[in-house]
Design a protein. Structure first.
Length: 136
């Protein structure tokens, strides 16, 4: 595999990771839990809210890109839900800090990145084929 292809494949993998993380965030956007105390702990037996994830993308040595996944900070926001069995005395629960508009934008960026890297792979394939055809 050429270095061009390796770089494009790393871009495809990064775009795929971004879509996976965003899909998880959107799917769990309404998964509330008990509001954490000042130290970050929740009462025993109470559910914890989903902690949204984010993808960190950096340049890889030798070209291409690599990704790592971390939780967002702050990972939850307080919302009012006095009917929840785990709500605090003020009727507040923790909800994931997910911005659906930002998730949609991230999904679109990942889609275009995937498409661009796929076009790069196809161009590399076509150039290699043309080179082999010319030498035959």
């Amino acid at each position: 595999m050429s270095s061009i292809s390796s770089i494009a494949v790393s871009g495809l993998n990064a775009a795929t990771r971004r879509i996976e993380v965003s899909a998880s965030n959107v799917a769990n956007q309404q998964s509330t839990g008990a509001l954490p105390a000042a130290g970050g702990s929740v009462p025993a037996g109470a559910p914890q809210a989903y902690k949204p994830l984010q993808v960190n993308q950096t340049a890889a040595a030798g070209g291409g890109t690599q990704t790592s996944v971390t939780t967002t900070s702050p990972s939850t926001v307080a919302i009012s839900d006095p009917q929840a069995p785990f709500a605090n005395q003020d009727g507040l629960v923790a909800a994931p800090n997910v911005d659906l508009a930002q998730e949609l934008i991230g999904q679109l960026v990942a889609k275009y990145s995937y498409t661009a890297n796929l076009a790069t792979l196809k161009a590399d394939r076509d150039m290699s084929k043309a080179l082999l055809d010319a030498t035959a």
